[in-house]
Design a protein around this ligand. Structure first.
Ligand SMILES: *Cc1c(COP(=O)(O)O)cnc(C)c1O
Length: 367
């Protein structure tokens, strides 16, 4: 049995600290806002560096939706985003009254720069760069296209806590960035959680207003806001877990190295780290020509695998809608969704587990 993810094992390793932190929140009754949330926001800003400032919100989807709202993009303008990402990236666009333009992915599964460039036009207003599977998108090229065309850049860092591009952490490149602390992410809460990050204090205050009923003080409502806050218990847990994140990410990189070593001579197309990037290996996604057979074979051997994602978004019912999706002309994303397979990945994996996966795949291939 090889688990895809093992949050219970992770908890046992930090149980004492986490239990104390939770008790502290409950004991002090600082459930919403207050010092635990402020502390985590400070910790996370320090972790990212580069003048990043953090606002905790309820989840990664809200983070995207609020970040886009705060940018105040022209109604009906077009936002370019990858066709292969989690649906939340697209939801945020439609819910802000904006149009989606799906962009293909390159060999590294992040935005294909040529396709991105070809889809920019006078009606474009922003690019959402998703640092998918733990690796930074080609952020330099994206920023330069954005500058040339006066577009805003949102970084969706839900899968890339701690990933770097030329040594700088993702989330500190664009106008604004969003994180998710969904339990299964590299930095995960024990429930939902998210954050918005920017170096622009004014923009962050706008996000805070939106997320806190339209004002910065109780019962002052300057704009029509909403409620989206990071729970204090989650914040306290995240502050504990943040201390271990780099160590856990390093272990993921080691697991990736073991997979590469064990699978390089198979027919699988392995994920790779671009030279300028350091991936945090949120997922280890391979492409297998006989994916369904391999998937069943591994399931038989009690090896848990995943599909991220089973359909490119333009093939999902909600996202073939011509009212808010303009362009879907794609190549890779709509072919690869039938070939991708996510192998077990996480700091929980011991060498024996990785070898079990490697041996099973080699057996499947008859080598
Ligand atoms: C998980 C995820 C989100 C959404 O985060 P939630 O906290 O689950 O709302 C957004 N974008 C990407 C790429 C994700 O992987």
């Amino acid at each position: 049995m090889v688990k895809f993810l093992d949050l219970h094992k992770q908890y046992l390793g930090i149980k004492e600290e986490v239990d104390v932190a939770m008790q502290e929140v409950i004991g002090s009754s600082a459930f919403v806002g207050g010092r635990f949330v402020a502390q985590f926001e400070e910790d996370f800003s320090a972790f990212l560096g580069n003048g990043a400032i953090t606002l905790g919100v309820a989840n990664g989807t809200d983070a995207l939706e609020i970040a886009l709202e705060a940018l105040d993009l022209p109604k009906d303008s077009e936002v370019l985003l990858p066709a292969n990402t989690f649906a939340a990236t697209a939801e945020a666009v439609v819910r802000n009254g904006l149009k989606i333009v799906f962009v293909d992915c390159g060999e590294d599964y992040t935005l294909d720069i040529k396709d991105l460039q070809s889809k920019i036009n006078a009606n474009s207003s922003a690019i959402i760069a998703v640092h998918l599977y733990g690796q930074s998108a080609c952020i330099e090229e994206i920023l330069s296209l954005a500058r040339e065309n006066r577009l805003r850049v949102v970084e969706d860092c839900a899968q890339a806590h701690g990933a770097t591009y030329r040594g700088q952490k993702v989330g500190t490149f664009g106008d604004i960035a969003t994180f998710s602390f969904y339990p299964g992410k590299n930095l995960g809460a024990y429930g939902d959680g998210g954050a918005i990050v920017t170096q622009n204090r004014e923009l962050l205050e706008m996000c805070r207003k939106i997320a806190h009923h339209g004002g910065l003080k109780k019962y002052q409502h300057h704009i029509v806001g909403r409620n989206s806050r990071l729970d204090a218990i989650q914040a306290a847990i995240l502050s504990v877990k943040l201390k271990y994140l780099s160590q856990w990410n390093a272990r993921r990189a080691e697991v990736a190295r073991m997979y590469h070593k064990g699978l390089e001579d198979t027919s699988l197309i392995l994920p790779f780290e671009r030279e300028e990037c350091s991936s945090v290996w949120h997922l280890f996604v391979v492409r297998a020509p006989r994916r369904e057979e391999l998937r069943a074979f591994l399931k038989d051997r009690e090896i848990e695998v995943g599909l991220h994602y089973p359909y490119a978004l333009p093939h999902c019912e909600a996202y073939c809608h011509k009212n808010y999706v303009r362009d879907t002309n794609l190549r890779n994303a709509v072919v690869w969704d039938k070939e991708i397979l996510s192998l077990p990945m996480g700091e929980h994996l011991e060498e024996a587990g990785v070898q079990e996966v490697v041996s099973a795949i080699r057996e499947f291939e008859g080598i």
